[in-house]
Write a protein that binds this ligand. Structure first.
Ligand code: ADE
Length: 225
């Protein structure tokens, strides 16, 4: 999969993709991530990328010209399955969307910033808008990092134990059950006996029960689905 990210603050995305599972996906050649500075596409002599909103009010709006140039330049090189815009005024991201996006070959993610982008960019270029949760961030860069992280781990081969991504919280609308590691007894804090029993069927049953209890206590809305 190839992911192109368009941002006015590329520095914010320097680290998130250079570690852990995303780095492993890159090392294995399963994902290729390119970060582009929208400013590099500005035809303004001061490399301006934003302007005041016609409606007035505080906050700058990202202008069309550099974004159009960047997107058209990318589109001239390959076809994109989705051109995503990260913004709080959009449908909320979830595991189902992550699963769908992980099947794409090429995607562009445009990070909103300041007051957002000129609506005409959304009308004419964007194919999918994503909000990562009901809170407002300074910009869409963190949202883009979250989207990339959540989809890269789903690409077959990125996580060695392929079933691992499938047993994540939310994959079956249940939160994950608790997990334990050694020692089995830490100063009297004991691991549940069942997990040491070696009885696989019983362990599975216990995990299911705990996942259900946790979901009911913390996220009952997931059970209503
Ligand atoms: N930009 C600012 N807040 C955001 C959010 N919650 N989701 C996506 N992009 C954003």
């Amino acid at each position: 999969m190839r992911i192109d990210i368009l941002t006015v603050v590329p520095e914010l995305l320097e680290s998130p993709f250079n570690h852990s599972i995303v780095q492993r996906g890159k090392d294995k050649g399963l994902v290729d991530i390119h970060i582009h500075n929208i400013r590099d596409f500005s035809e303004d002599k001061h490399k301006k990328v934003d302007d005041y909103a016609f409606s007035g009010g505080a906050g700058m709006v990202l202008t069309i010209q550099p974004i159009e140039k960047a997107i058209n330049w990318l589109k001239s090189q390959r076809e994109y399955d989705e051109i995503i815009y990260t913004t709080p005024d959009a449908p909320v991201y979830n595991q189902k969307t992550a699963n769908t996006l992980s099947l794409c070959k090429n995607i562009i993610i445009l990070c909103g910033h300041y007051k957002g982008v000129d609506q005409r960019v959304r009308d004419h270029f964007i194919t999918k808008e994503i909000c990562i949760g009901d809170y407002v961030l300074t910009g869409g860069e963190m949202a883009a990092a979250i989207i990339v992280d959540s989809i890269v781990r789903l690409i077959p081969g990125v996580i060695s134990d392929e079933t691992s991504a499938l047993t994540d919280s939310f994959q079956d609308d249940l939160l994950s059950p608790p997990v334990y590691t050694r020692p089995a007894d830490y100063n009297g804090w004991e691991v549940p006996d069942i997990l040491l029993s070696g009885n696989e069927a019983k362990v599975e049953e216990w995990k299911m029960q705990k996942a259900y209890e946790r979901t009911k206590a913390i996220r009952p809305d997931l059970l209503e689905k």
